[in-house]
Design a protein around this ligand. Sequence first.
Ligand code: HEC
Length: 120
Amino acid sequence: MQRISVIVGAALLAASLSPALSADAEHGKMLYAACAACHQDKPDALGPSLKGIVGRKSAALDDFRYSNPMKRANLVWDEANLKEYIADPQAKVKGNRMPFDGLHDPKDVDDIVEYLKTYK
Ligand code: HEC
């Protein structure tokens, strides 16, 4: 009994630390750490900044040198396009040079997009 209340207490504490994000976005934020290795807000980062990515056109940042396939992709990163790209980047934008082979659990993909919607 005591162990259960410790676990519940820890979960409540974790939830209360981040009241602004839903549980899914919170999980997505943890997963996003893998993306943040490349996607930072600095112009010289390995990947383009993803701040405000939801609803943005593909290859839209002036200070990032996108590959030609990404420049030609001509997508709007709405939720559906983002999910497809995150699940399998090479299938969605063939020849793009993001060195990441995708997230294979659809729930993880959903959660990351939930988080990206809050990342502005
Ligand atoms: C190892 C580095 C790396 C990792 C890890 C990585 N990316 Fe990328 N990402 C890139 C690069 C480089 C590009 C630009 C690709 C191009 O121009 O062909 C890119 C492009 C993108 C774009 C298109 C951006 C735009 O402005 O059009 C999205 C969206 C994106 N990545 C999402 C993600 C997400 C979400 C994750 C984590 C699940 C992730 N990436 C992980 C390097 C990375």
